[in-house]
Design a protein around this ligand. Sequence first.
Ligand SMILES: C[S@@+](CC[C@H](N)C(=O)[O-])C[C@H]1O[C@@H](n2cnc3c(N)ncnc32)[C@H](O)[C@@H]1O
Length: 196
Amino acid sequence: MCITMELEINRPMKRNKKPAPRPLTPNQKYSMYEAAVQDAQQHVDFFQKAGRELLGREPRILREDFCGTSLICAEWVKRDPQNTAFGLDLDPEPLAHGKKVHHSKLTKDQQNRIELFEQNVISKTKKADITVGCNFSFNIFEERATLVNYFKKVRESLVDGGLHILEAAGGPGMIEEMKEQKTLKKANGEKWFTYI
Ligand SMILES: C[S@@+](CC[C@H](N)C(=O)[O-])C[C@H]1O[C@@H](n2cnc3c(N)ncnc32)[C@H](O)[C@@H]1O
């Protein structure tokens, strides 16, 4: 996962020279990433609503592609005791972080309904009602043939009538130069980090 956020705390001061930012620990990196760009509750609200409308029943099995810290899998299994989720990601670091930080907060029953696989999303897996790819992650597939191959594998991994939901970005906001800056605070009100 490529994240460039600078911590503004505890930086050693050097005269007249901006010090290089300290490398972030996995905990700092993923918690800041999630706070800046993820809202798992909102995503899962949408997946459930779209699933009900388009499947004509309650969606139960979720495959989270490019799952990173599997925040969405964790939210999905919390919603209903019949829900199960599995996540795929190539990188063991966010997978391990998700298990440590998110799965550990779940009940034993909820934990038993999540599986994580260190695996390419271009693979046929067990069947899901819904497969999702959030935060534009599928843009990593720059060749048409690779994207088509991904879609084929997803198709083979969906139940009949299943849904593949991709979070895409487009419109003027994507081509106009702009700067968005937001300062996030900790629970105690102290400044945490600035997201630019
Ligand atoms: C931007 S992060 C997405 C994190 C989180 N799921 C979200 O929605 O914000 C992209 C993730 O995709 C993973 N990734 C990239 N290519 C992949 C592939 N071919 N198969 C599985 N995971 C992949 C990276 O390791 C990284 O964790």
